[in-house]
Design a binder for this molecule. Structure first.
Ligand code: NCD
Ligand code: ZN
Length: 346
């Protein structure tokens, strides 16, 4: 039985760090285990320009524990007014790594997102030209489309036509949650990758709805049926270079989750690596954990893997993980995988 595993230090290719007191309260949960992270720009107001991304990055670095090395890779929130020249200059100067497309209204703080995709063609064409990745929240917002179908419909109606129209654009399908999403990525030779979250490998929609409504398992895209979770597990543990970890760790204070209309988002940063080691061990794929957490992401983004290593150790007794992280913005509940965790980061 494997009881210790040393891998290249992981990166998180989709992370929400928020700002202010929340940022200060939760940053250590990521900087402790991750070397780099793609930082989501959906603050209020959103991070739209390179100058805003630079100042947000400074706030992140000021908030992180001094002893931790952590390199936030910044993204810009795509709006219909985004200036292609600002995006290109930010990318050329190494100040921003990617642009994030939120269809307007698709998720938390996405009101300033894109309503008419044709309006952002000039930005996307520029990005294709300079090799800058587009991170996509892949759900349609049409209220007539069932929430469990919104990812699959997005692929057919928006993503595939967009990729055909802007050829050469590098796209990351963020937090893919369906068999259709996995199959679409597998059907494409190049230029398309996908992040998979920790929680979508562990829960299906029953976690949210069966036996009572459980707001701490509610996120967007919402967890789907079991067949989809199984497709995600097989993609993540396959070693296929097109799939990599993006936790989508998305903290909200408990009062904002436990209410009549609760926020979407699951906070997985503190125990993500313990959960992933558990999942990969269950799938007999511990030897492919490193590809998912530490190698495939940098390869897609055209970056070197980290030189640092981390060691995961399997304990004889379950590892104690605090159920909440206390922040100046209130307590945040940590994702409960509903099974004991034995793997720990040394
Ligand atoms: C994210 C958030 O809270 O910012 N929520 C979520 O459920 N994943 C937004 C997002 O990534 O969709
Ligand atoms: Zn997210």
């Amino acid at each position: 039985m494997t009881t210790s595993l040393t891998i290249t230090k992981p990166d998180d290719w989709h992370l929400h760090l928020r700002d202010g007191a929340m940022l200060e309260g939760i940053i250590a949960s990521s900087s402790r285990h991750f070397h780099r992270a793609i930082i989501m720009p959906n603050l209020v107001p959103p991070v739209v320009t390179t100058a805003e991304a630079v100042s947000y990055r400074e706030r992140i670095l000021a908030a992180k524990p001094r002893a931790d090395f952590f390199n936030p890779l910044m993204t810009l929130y795509l709006t219909e007014n985004t200036d292609p020249a600002d995006v290109a200059a930010g990318f050329a100067d190494g100040l921003v790594t990617a642009v994030k497309l939120y269809p307007a209204g698709a998720t938390t703080n996405s009101a300033s997102g894109v309503k008419d995709i044709t309006k952002v063609y000039p930005v996307l064409e520029k990005m294709a030209e300079i090799g800058m990745p587009l991170c996509v929240h892949g759900e349609v917002t049409d209220p007539s489309v069932d929430i469990f179908d919104r990812e699959a419909v997005f692929i057919d109606m928006v993503l595939d036509p967009l990729r055909k129209r802007i050829s050469g654009l590098k796209v990351v399908m963020e937090h893919v949650t369906t068999r259709q999403g996995v199959d679409y990525v597998l059907s494409q030779e190049a230029g398309l990758g996908a992040t998979i979250t920790t929680h979508h490998l562990i829960i299906n929609r029953n976690a949210i709805l069966a036996g009572g409504i459980r707001p701490h398992y509610y996120c967007l895209p919402v967890a789907k049926r079991e067949e989809h979770r199984l497709a995600l597990r097989s993609a993540a543990t396959s070693g296929d270079r097109r799939f990599f970890l993006g936790t989508d760790s998305a903290p909200h204070s408990d009062p904002n989750k436990e209410t009549a209309c609760g926020c979407a988002g699951i906070f997985t940063a503190p125990n993500t690596l313990s959960c992933l080691a558990h999942v990969f061990e269950e799938e007999g794929a511990l030897d492919r954990l490193e590809a998912f957490t530490s190698l495939n992401g940098p390869a897609f983004y055209g970056l070197q893997p980290n030189e640092e290593k981390i060691t995961l150790v399997k304990r004889a007794e379950p590892v104690a993980c605090p159920s909440k992280v206390h922040t100046g913005d209130g307590d945040v509940t940590v994702f409960d995988p509903m099974f004991p965790l034995y793997w720990d980061v040394q």
